[in-house]
Design a protein. Sequence first.
Length: 248
Amino acid sequence: MLLHLSTWPEVEAYLNRSSGLILPIGSTEQHGPTGLIGTDAICAEAVARGVGEATQALVAPTINVGMALHHTAFPGSISLRPSTLMLVIRDYLTSLARAGFTKFFFINGHGGNIATLKAAFSETYAVLADLNLPNSDRVQCRLANWFMCSSVYQLAKKLYGNQEGSHATPSEVALTQYVYPEAIKQAELSPEVASGHPIYGAADFRRRYPDGRMGSNPALATPEHGKQFYERAVKDLSSSYLEFLAQD
Ligand SMILES: [Zn+2]
């Protein structure tokens, strides 16, 4: 069930049986010469919708833009600052908590969002306590990174070894190929790829990682692999979501 395709009476009825909500969050950032700019949002959205179907949960609209400041020297990347993203999350959750939602399960597609999301959760708990809503003290946020599910990680290791890398990875590219086969891109990739450098500002990042990849070989991706990643992530995260709901 998708929030943006629901009516308010439907949401009200849903709240009578569940106070849980799944929130996909991604990023809009370069993913190397063959990866889609929307990769992180596409992956998070697809997995979130799969988990929603498997668990009868409501799925919020995808938060498409995240914290991707270090990718902004490549055209097409859009980023919120950490402070802006924290305000976005806080305002989403405050609105939703007012309606009665208390269990927020974020399915995240971008490693660069993790630190900001955790900070935003703390900020939200404090703001909700000050607002003193009836459910303020029951609000709980959980962060689930689909690419860090153990079954996903194991499959990526098996299929790609160290060519998985850490950005524009074949696993995430494969998942986008499964979801959008009409948007599969071809480009020549140099056999040597930068990896292991620290991350600073955007211009520095582009200097260190000239084609945008970080140690990865996305040419190994196939839509069939993507289907396997999708199924594993949905299975793992459906269990995690149901456990989260059941916890006090
Ligand atoms: Zn990504």
